[in-house]
Ligand binder design. Structure first.
Ligand code: BGC
Length: 747
């Protein structure tokens, strides 16, 4: 039959039949090709000059393929040896590569994957939203879905089909540089955010949707020493209670793909872990999508973990454990072909993987729409609606941590304001997983302030972008300039831009042994505070920072995380009170690195013996955040004092705006099983509600506590609900002093 009349090319045929038909026509080599992913040609070209072969072993952001030329990838594509590309950064290149794929024998389109973590920010000229940690601080899951849907539109406008997001790891260690790309420390909040993002990206797999990838499975967010990819050594109970739930939720939401984690889990590399990939993902949760490896991590099973004597053996172990696609490189094809020919991997196992990958390509409509329209691309990317969402998200992600009344600033009151600090006027506001964007699309804090108050003189003393190499003379200059200013705004934090991979202080593969401010930043803040001028400190960073002293010295402290392209506007609006801040911490801020692991949902004995000399409480607790009004939460009532096991409980609480401005409160509900057969955290988030209130207004908030929230794992890790008393707590942070308490019984 001529290919054009083939069933697989008929868009009206059911996907399953199309997959069967196509699979039946494919050679083994073509099947193995579908399972392989490579970096794009331009990426290859740029790196072959810049990296050595030695660098390739440790660099997880850049690659080329020794022994090959960039254009060889085009030949390989035409020969059907590559099923997917990553790190293709322009629409022109994506369309061009796709043309080569369409010339292959069966015309199977490529699927382009990209780390569109907070907008398709790794590629130029796209909307850059706040990173996941800031988004989580909005507690707004609908906003998370909207951002995902908009990101998907921008991706498809660039012919990108597959985002390596949401990252649904539960962050448990601020030393780890990737906290910023997670939704924080609470498994339930992470699960909700992840679910909504999966829905936003994938929608109904229309022409403006993309495939989501829940990652990284699993445990990389609690590395033994805080470094990315280090071993995760936790009990199966902890995996199941803490790290699995967001993945299970992502699977339920229909996530089309999953990425495994760099690390070993309790002695076995995640990439060859059949318990995780096959027993749990497929067996327990019915995961129907495909599993992709992370960057060179199957190879690392051989050269790093040493549980395979060769790459080929690592490929075998990974495939037999359940891996479907290889990120990345040409070594795969021949080795896997040999494995099948030698009988070490059955072809039926290859078919399973290829089936899953082809199914995604059909569902995304790539056979019908392999290209994106270059003329229309910029109508979608960076459109006004997307920019407005980015600004809205930035406004709501920023968390006001301290304010002695200095904020909001009044226009006309300050004649001259000193603006300084490494993050005062830098594109670093975009955050990790962003390329440099055109300056006209990025608003820095300084620019935002000048826009917000044109009558004020903002004196800028540049501290450079690099916290590791600050100039003492610039610190002196800032201190001298403070003498002549009415107020100081100092933007401190970390450096995350990926193009300066080895110079940054936070982000992927940028883990620290400390969580204090780097370089002369603390000294700068100390000396600025000593001038006696009011000091507003702004933090731009992707991990919680132990800034106890800086907080004490500042009249106000703002945690802006990585607020994205409109961050400067949002910050200025908050500083001037045009926006009333409403962000609440989705991750605990410890006082120092010695407090690690400081999380709100710790076990009861964690502080039985308090820490000597310093407090055992965090600097700022999970759920905390201030605004320019005050709220009172009162009258917690349990409507169901007794429920049967498996029935939901219902509670209500009143929230009143007791201040003078309209504002948004995030009413939080926590639960504790008072006595249980296995220990439970002192509290766990089980509900929250975003409530907008005018001054004086009071609203009643109703919560339903789900049976899942009440359940614990029995000795065999089966969920059970144990009868007894459950303590319910409502308030506006996880700290005990801000919580009302009541209880209900489970019969
Ligand atoms: C990261 C992944 C990412 C991949 C592709 C890896 O280094 O761990 O999260 O998706 O690179 O960029």
């Amino acid at each position: 039959m001529a290919a054009s009349a083939a069933l697989y090319l008929n868009p009206a045929a059911p996907v399953e039949q199309r997959v069967d038909d196509l699979l039946s026509r494919m050679t083994l080599e073509e099947k193995i090709g579908q399972m392989n992913q490579c970096v794009g040609v331009e990426h290859f070209r740029n790196n072959m000059g810049a990296l050595t072969e030695e660098d390739l072993k440790t660099n997880t952001a850049n690659a080329f393929y020794p022994g090959m030329m960039p254009d060889d990838l085009l030949t390989w594509t035409e020969e059907g040896k590559i099923g997917s590309f990553l790190h293709v950064l322009t629409l022109e290149e994506a369309n061009r590569l796709q043309q080569h794929a369409m010339k292959s024998r069966l015309g199977i389109p490529l699927i382009f994957g990209i780390d569109a973590i907070h907008g398709n920010a790794n590629a130029p000229d796209n909307t850059v939203y706040p990173t996941n940690i800031g988004l989580a601080c909005t507690f707004d899951t609908v906003l998370a879905r909207r951002i995902a849907a908009e990101t998907a539109r921008e991706m498809r406008a660039m012919n990108m089909h597959w985002t390596f997001n949401p990252n649904v790891e539960v962050a448990r260690d601020p030393r780890w540089g990737r906290c910023g790309e997670t939704f924080g420390e609470d498994p339930w909040l992470v699960a909700l955010m992840g679910r909504m993002q999966v829905q936003g990206y994938q929608g109904d797999f229309g022409p403006e949707n993309v495939l989501a990838c829940i990652k990284h499975f699993v445990g990389g967010s609690q590395p033994v020493n805080g470094t990315n990819g280090a071993p995760c050594d936790v009990s199966e109970r902890t995996l199941r209670e803490l790290f699995f739930p967001p993945f299970r939720e992502g699977v339920k939401a229909g996530a089309g793909s999953l990425m495994t984690s760099h690390n070993e889990v309790n002695g076995y590399p995640a990439h060859t872990n059949s318990w995780l990939m096959t027993d749990v993902m497929r067996g327990e949760w019915d995961f129907a999508g495909f599993i992709v490896s992370d960057w060179d991590d199957i190879e690392h099973v051989h050269d790093l973990h040493h549980t395979a004597e060769s790459d080929k053996e690592a490929f075998r172990q990974a495939i037999m454990a359940g891996m479907d696609m290889h990120m990345h490189g040409p070594e795969w094809n021949e080795a896997v072909l040999e494995l099948v020919q030698e009988g070490a991997v059955p072809e039926s196992r290859i078919d399973e993987s290829v089936r899953r990958i082809l199914e995604a390509k059909f569902r995304l409509g790539l056979f019908e729409n392999p290209y994106a329209d270059e003329a229309r691309s910029m109508e979608i990317r960076l459109c006004d609606a997307h920019r407005a969402t980015a600004l809205d998200a930035a406004r709501r992600s920023i968390v006001l941590l301290k304010n002695d009344g200095v904020l909001p600033l009044q226009r006309g009151k300050h004649r001259r304001i000193l603006v300084t600090g490494i993050n005062a006027d830098d594109e670093n506001i975009l955050g990790d997983w962003s390329a440099s964007q055109r300056p006209e699309n990025v608003v820095t804090l300084l620019e935002g302030l000048r826009e917000a108050d044109p009558d004020c003189e903002f004196v800028f003393v540049d501290q450079g972008w690099d916290p590791r190499n600050m100039d003492p003379a610039a610190v002196d200059r800032a201190v001298a300039a403070a003498a002549d200013a009415d107020l100081i705004i100092c933007a401190a934090g970390e450096y995350m831009m990926r193009h300066r991979w080895t110079e940054r202080t936070c982000g992927e593969d940028t883990d620290r042994s400390d969580i204090a401010l780097v370089g002369l930043q603390s000294e700068l803040i100390r000396r600025l505070a000593a001038t006696g001028r009011p000091l507003v400190t702004v933090l731009i960073n992707g991990r919680p920072l132990g800034v106890e002293q800086e907080a004490e010295l500042s009249n106000a402290l703002i945690e802006a995380w990585e607020p994205g392209m409109t961050g400067g506007t949002a910050l200025a609006e908050i500083i001037y009170g045009d926006v009333n801040p409403s962000g609440r911490l989705a991750i605990t801020v410890p006082r120092s690195v010695g407090q690690v692991q400081m999380v709100y949902n710790h076990k009861p004995s964690a502080y039985f013996h308090p820490v000597a000399v310093t407090p055992s409480t965090p600097l700022y607790p999970f759920g905390y955040g201030l605004g320019y009004t005050t709220f009172s939460i009162s009258n917690l009532r349990v409507l169901t004092p007794e429920v049967a096991a498996g029935e939901p409980a219902r509670v209500e609480v009143d929230v009143t705006n007791t201040g003078e401005r309209a504002g948004r409160e995030t009413v939080q509900l926590y639960l504790r099983d008072e006595y249980s057969s296995a220990t439970r955290p002192v509290k766990e988030l089980c509900g929250f509600s975003l409530v907008d209130l005018e001054p004086g207004e009071c609203k009643t908030v109703s919560f339903t506590v789900s049976p899942e929230a009440m359940s614990i794992l029995d000795a065999r890790h089966n969920p059970v609900i144990e009868p007894g008393r459950f303590i319910i707590m409502a308030g506006n942070s996880s700290a005990d002093e801000s919580l009302l308490k009541s209880s209900f019984n489970v019969k």
